[in-house]
Design a protein around this ligand. Structure first.
Ligand code: NAP
Length: 244
């Protein structure tokens, strides 16, 4: 894999695992973090220990100026050939009937507007310069609906799936592939952020493979989609969910 890969939300969880997996393969990354500077420093240092150039940039993906700054920083490492649209948030578990508008807007701003802004900046740079690959991190929630937990989050991820399908068709002729992954129950801090740190343990009995997944297992799927091994894969989203 040549060039530089931009990974959003690389300070923790799945994004951090993607940065590590790419660094281990010698792929340069420019990753964003939003609030966890110290965690980002640890990820960057670990990647540097692997001998691969990696930089961390503070950027809220829902803020257009931040996204532009992230891509400008990434270009300093070399031509951008990959984007992993990973940054995402959930919110406190709640039924639709109780949702407040500010929370719905924040979820859509980060998970949908952020993904669109980053995809736009990536396409601008990949078009006419040899192409590239965009991998969108969706969720099985997009299909399951997340009733009683966060239907707004599920809807945001369904929008990400539509971005994958539509954008793939728009940019295929430019040599740009767009694909996605739909993680299932993965052991990261995101569940604590929605108020239930033990969510994976509660629900893992529903998983045919009988356990929650690890961030590294999602990262391997992302790396494959980015790679030339997936050269005929575009416009589709891969479930990485243990069968649930
Ligand atoms: P996580 O552990 O909570 O990490 C989230 C990452 O996103 C952090 O690096 C965070 O940065 C970053 N982030 C949050 N808001 C941001 C913003 N506005 N701008 C830029 N970065 C932002 O979550 P995760 O579980 O790894 O989730 C990663 C992706 O996988 C998300 O899109 C999530 O929806 C999806 N997913 C996760 C699961 C799961 O079970 N874990 C399942 C399905 C889908 P800071 O820490 O620096 O703020």
């Amino acid at each position: 894999m040549d060039g530089t890969v931009v990974v959003t939300g690389g300070s923790r969880g799945i994004g951090a695992a993607v940065v590590h997996a790419l660094a281990a393969r010698g792929v340069r990354t420019c990753f964003s973090y939003n609030t966890h500077r110290e965690a980002a420093d640890v990820v960057a240092a670990t990647a540097a220990d692997l001998g691969t150039e990696t930089i961390a940039v503070q950027a809220d993906v829902s803020v257009e100026a931040d996204v532009r700054r992230l891509f400008s920083a990434a270009e300093r490492l070399g031509p951008i050939t990959g984007l992993v649209n990973n940054a995402g948030v959930t919110a406190a578990q709640s039924k639709v009937v109780d949702l407040e508008v500010a929370r719905i807007r924040r979820l859509l701003d980060v998970n949908v507007v952020g993904a669109f802004l980053c995809a736009r900046e990536a396409v601008k740079r990949m078009t006419g310069s040899g192409g590239g690959t965009i991998v969108n991190v969706s969720s099985r929630a997009a299909v399951l609906g997340s009733a009683g937990e966060y239907v707004d989050y599920a809807a945001s991820k369904a929008a990400v799936d539509a971005l994958t399908v539509g954008l793939a068709q728009e940019v295929a002729a430019d040599g740009i592939r767009v694909a996605g992954v739909r993680p299932g129950l993965i052991r990261t801090d995101i569940h604590a952020s929605s108020g239930e740190p033990g969510r994976v343990e509660r629900l893992q009995k529903q998983v045919p493979l009988g356990r929650g997944g690890e961030a590294s297992e999602v990262a391997e799927a992302v790396v494959w989609l980015l790679s030339d091994a997936a050269s005929y894969v575009t416009g589709t989203t891969l479930d990485v969910s243990g069968g649930r």
